[in-house]
Design a protein around this ligand. Structure first.
Ligand code: GTP
Ligand code: MG
Length: 552
């Protein structure tokens, strides 16, 4: 746990911590349930307030424990579409008829929604028993008893006058304008990295909504497989998720056989009669096909269902309208859950890991190195692995002096760009399992070994030109940060600097254009740009005497 007032990056280098303090959290994350230190603040969050701050968000519990706890919470939770004019007090009183409420929050997504977590699961049954299926005059309805409700006012005119001001929790990423403003006001690059993490990381409410959405999908899949589990994975749970990221979930059918495998006495063994198909892939396709149909026809709020069954990893893609999540449902994807756990553990070792990953991900997005559409570009998952590899490989492995600690802190981002700006991608692969570079086993431009399926390359899709773009931008960004260290714009300047300067698309475009024309080396273009930024800032500082405000 970081001490308040100490910068995110101004603590011991990872390699030093690895030998002392860091080993304890690792042990704790793998240890048996009784030894896990719970983070009491997580429970103390008032309803409706988001957990903020990178330090607070650093997970302290084992991955499986968090999953179990959140899943159980979600099963006691309901989603309610509310009228826009509603008295929160009356709403809570009305729902309390079914049992005590543990937690609730409101959010907006094409209408007002409430997420209400009861203390007991029985309250959900009671609420469902008191709910009726609407009848339509012109259309027919498919009666489906779910935990997604629609609340109507019996007498709207009475309530309108009493409505209280409802606070809605934010589910969206910050605007670029807000991000640049925050970065501009920060005190150091270290502070900027921290601010970016704080603004983009998933809030407590957003995480709850993700688990609830999986739980609602599980109810639908349970029509076919009563003992199935729908588990979230990927950035929704690995602590590297940004607000607005997709919701990856997988239908886990592994528990079905196990539940009934109770040892019985006697000479016989009982098995279920089952249908056989030629391969596991075909079984997956058949299961997903039927669940896809079910979501499409009966899933309240599930729209745009696409069955992408011929992909390497077959999936069903759909939008969950009420939560606003783009969902990818797969099945038999335990390896992906393992990868999520691995990243969760890396993220928990040191808060700097997440700060660096978020900044590098924002940088990559700002320059279109990554995209939400599948293609030949680097994925966020690959990018996260690249950052982890860098953190595994960096030095020095000795205790630095206090002065050099501070330098080291601000250097981390620059070092990252320098490292990959000079990495021999043509001959070396990235190996997270062993934390070292190795000869590439094939000619893929970027080779990142899958840590669990070691014969596979997780970045096989990346083309030579996309990799080259990554390398070029990394070099230029390292250079910009180097110059920043020497001469930072004045405090009163409105000019973006540090990380903000790296996220400006104009710099990348300028570089690309210059390269295309073959006129000047890219560094020179950047130098000129920086010169003009500096002269602008000099002008600005004579015009305004405003001081740079420091972040709280
Ligand atoms: P976002 O861009 O925020 O969604 O990041 P993400 O980590 O969720 O990535 P994505 O949605 O593309 O993939 C979800 C998860 O699937 C990842 O976290 C990995 O666990 C897994 N995954 C994605 N791509 C690969 C791959 O190429 N190989 C393997 N083995 N797993 C992958
Ligand atoms: Mg994802």
């Amino acid at each position: 746990m970081a001490v308040h007032g100490v910068g995110l990056l101004t603590r011991l280098p990872l390699c030093v911590q690895r030998r002392s303090r860091v080993q304890r959290p690792i042990l704790r994350l793998f240890s048996c349930p009784g030894t896990v230190a719970a983070d009491p603040r997580r429970e103390e969050q008032p309803s409706g307030s988001a957990e903020t701050g990178s330090e607070d968000k650093t997970p302290k519990k084992r991955f499986s424990e968090v999953q179990k706890e959140r899943r159980e919470q979600a099963q006691r939770t309901v989603l309610i579409h509310c009228p826009n004019k509603i008295s929160e007090k009356k709403f809570l009183k009305y729902l309390s008829q079914h049992g005590p409420i543990n937690n609730h929050f409101f959010y907006e997504s094409y209408g007002l929604y409430a997420v209400v977590e009861f203390c007991q699961k029985e309250s959900v049954d009671s609420l469902q028993n008191g709910t009726h299926t609407p009848s339509m005059s012109t259309e027919a309805v498919i009666p489906f008893r779910s935990r997604y409700f629609n609340l109507k006012l019996k007498n709207p005119s009475n309530q309108a006058s009493e409505q209280s001001c409802i606070q809605c929790s934010n589910q969206l990423p910050p605007s670029s304008k807000k991000v640049f403003e925050l970065l501009r006001c920060a005190e150091s690059i270290d502070d900027q990295l921290n601010s970016l993490l704080k603004e983009f990381q998933l809030t407590e409410e957003n995480t709850k909504l993700r688990y609830l959405t999986c739980s609602l999908v599980e109810d639908i899949a349970a029509a076919y497989f009563p003992d199935c589990t729908v588990r979230p994975f990927g950035s929704s749970v690995n602590t590297f998720g940004k607000l607005g990221c997709d919701l990856d979930m997988f239908l886990d059918l592994d528990e079905i056989g196990k539940l009934s495998a109770v040892k019985t006495a006697g000479n016989f063994l009982m098995e279920f009669q089952v249908k056989n198909v030629p391969s596991e892939r075909i079984a997956t396709q058949k299961i997903l096909s039927v669940i896809g149909e079910c979501l499409d026809h009966f899933g309240p709020g599930c729209v745009g269902v696409q069955k992408i069954l011929n992909a390497r990893c077959p999936l069903v893609r759909f939008s969950h309208q009420a939560s606003g999540f783009q969902c990818d449902l797969t099945t038999n994807n335990r390896i992906a859950l393992k990868s999520s756990e691995l990243l969760y553990i890396y993220g928990a070792l040191d808060s700097r890991v997440r700060a660096l990953v978020f900044s590098v991900r924002c940088w990559a997005r700002a320059h279109s190195l990554t995209s939400s559409i599948p293609g030949a570009w680097i994925t966020n998952f690959s990018l996260t692995m690249i950052v982890i590899f860098f953190l595994q490989r960096r030095s020095p492995p000795i205790l630095p002096t206090l002065d050099s600690l501070k330098n080291l802190a601000e250097l981390l981002l620059k070092e990252f760009f320098e490292y990959f700006g000079n990495f021999a991608f043509n001959k070396n692969s990235i190996n997270i399992r062993q934390g070292k570079e190795q000869n590439k086993p094939d000619s893929s431009p970027l080779y990142i070994q899958n840590p669990f399926e070691t014969s596979l390359n997780i970045s096989k899709n990346v083309s030579q030109s996309q990799l080259q773009k990554f390398v070029d931008l990394a070099r230029e960004s390292a250079w910009i940060l180097q110059q920043e260290g020497k001469d930072r714009p004045s405090a009163s300047s409105n000019q973006p600097w540090g990380l903000a300067a790296l996220l400006l698309p104009s710099i990348a475009n300028g570089m690309a254009l210059a390269k295309k024309k073959g006129k000047k080396p890219a560094n020179e273009t950047v130098k000129n740009l920086l010169e003009s930024l500096k002269s602008n800032s000099a002008e600005n500082s004579t015009n305004t005497n405003r001081k740079r405000t420091t972040s709280p």
